[in-house]
Design a protein around this ligand. Structure first.
Ligand code: SF4
Length: 394
């Protein structure tokens, strides 16, 4: 195994989730009375609490989570697979989600009423999901209505969005998508309308429209929610086939084409595999593009001795390097950080959440109101009804 530990950037050191931010997907400080990170018994305490809860608890671990909490996950996967897994375990009264807020919302939408979803740290939001608030999206839709083009526009939202945005999509005839079924989702949308409003990740939208559906870059415009009418002219909005929301993942958005050039120079013969949340320029230089599950499967199937530069979240890349010592696995950038919000879920938070459940308190419960849940479910069900395999990757 070869794995060079990247150096954390100042961004990695940002402390998120402190105080209150009304514009954030979450933005509340975790109320928990947490055990000290230095407590030598944390692993034993987590194991004991989990054992005490037995089948009453089911722990979901997203691929981007730290090893110290993944160790306690009953299942690992991407956000949609995890939500499905929660629904497939109705015996579990408590679903503890090692992930971020929008994922816990999706789990609440897809699970039965008696199941309670717990996010160990409420400050674990997602900066991409935060880039599209429901108010901003409704304002954008009003602009499209004003131009007389809303009725030919189908909204598609990436799984990585709030329940309110998913519900908006459901209400307006659209669907949710994941990074592995985005092509089918967009094709489905173009069978129903002339245009697509793609939320909130501009990169996944552009990569899918141009690389998979054969549209041109000129067919896409980027709607900036912080500018009047998205910062676009009426002609630009009328002429666009795909209106991309100006959102991105703060982790995948940091990879650059220069990272690809640099790693190819540093490791001759290396193959580059990246997530489609990376920019069009990065994706265009990669050898393989795919969801987290595709990245995992590709590396697993690769021949021993092969070398891979992986452009996705660092926890997953480190784990892949550990799991495949017969391959050379390097991070695509020397300096890019972890997903700081994913990293909010650490062992002290997990111990606190599990011990609270043992004591009869449900901490940090994530709920979606019935009206929002209904329409979000409509959008999720449209995705599930898409032809082809029920792929579910983010
Ligand atoms: S990796 Fe990106 S998309 Fe995923 S939770 Fe972090 S910021 Fe959001």
């Amino acid at each position: 195994m070869t794995f060079t530990e990247p150096q954390p950037t100042p961004l990695a050191l940002l402390l998120l989730g402190h105080g209150s931010d009304a514009n954030s997907e979450k933005g509340v400080t975790c109320p928990g009375d947490l055990p000290a990170p230095s407590d030598p018994d944390l692993v034993q305490r987590a194991a004991a609490a989990k054992a005490a809860l037995g089948d009453r608890v089911f722990i979901l671990g997203h691929h981007y989570q730290r090893d110290e909490v993944i160790e306690f996950a009953d299942v690992t996967g991407d956000s949609f697979k995890l939500a499905q897994q929660a629904a497939a375990h109705p015996e579990a009264e408590f679903i503890v989600f090692e992930g971020v807020h929008f994922m816990a919302e999706s789990a609440d939408i897809l699970t039965a009423d008696h199941q309670q979803v717990v996010l160990p740290d409420l400050a674990a939001g997602c900066s991409m999901a935060d880039m599209a608030s429901i108010g901003q999206v409704e304002e954008c839709w009003a602009v499209l209505e004003d131009l007389g083009i809303a009725n030919v526009t189908v909204p598609i939202t990436y799984m990585n969005s709030t329940a309110a945005i998913k519900a908006f999509t459901g209400r307006h005839g659209g669907s949710v998508c994941t990074s592995s079924n985005a092509e089918r989702s967009l094709a489905w949308a173009f069978e129903r309308g002339e245009k697509v409003l793609f939320l909130p990740d501009q990169h996944l939208g552009r990569n899918t429209a141009v690389r998979d559906l054969g549209l041109s870059l000129a067919d896409c415009v980027v709607y900036n929610p912080r500018r009047p009418r998205g910062g676009l002219t009426d002609e630009q909005l009328r002429g666009a086939r795909v209106i991309l929301w100006q959102g991105h993942c703060s982790v995948h958005g940091r990879f650059t084409p220069e990272c690809v050039d640099e790693v190819r120079e540093r490791v001759p013969g290396i193959r580059v595999i990246v997530h489609p949340e990376c920019s069009y320029e990065v994706v265009s230089k990669a050898d393989v593009v795919g969801s987290t599950e595709k990245i995992i499967a590709t590396i697993a199937a690769a021949e021993p001795g092969s070398a891979w530069a992986v452009g996705t979240e660092l926890n997953l890349v480190k784990r892949l390097a550990q799991q495949h010592p017969d391959k050379e696995i390097v991070y695509l950038d020397r300096t890019v950080c972890f997903c700081s919000t994913m990293n909010r879920i650490d062992l002290p938070h997990l111990v606190w959440a599990l011990e609270s459940l043992v004591d009869g308190t449900v901490p940090n419960r994530i709920t979606v109101d019935p009206e929002t849940a209904h329409w979000a479910r409509v959008a999720l069900d449209r995705m599930l009804a898409l032809p082809g395999p029920t792929a579910s990757r983010d």
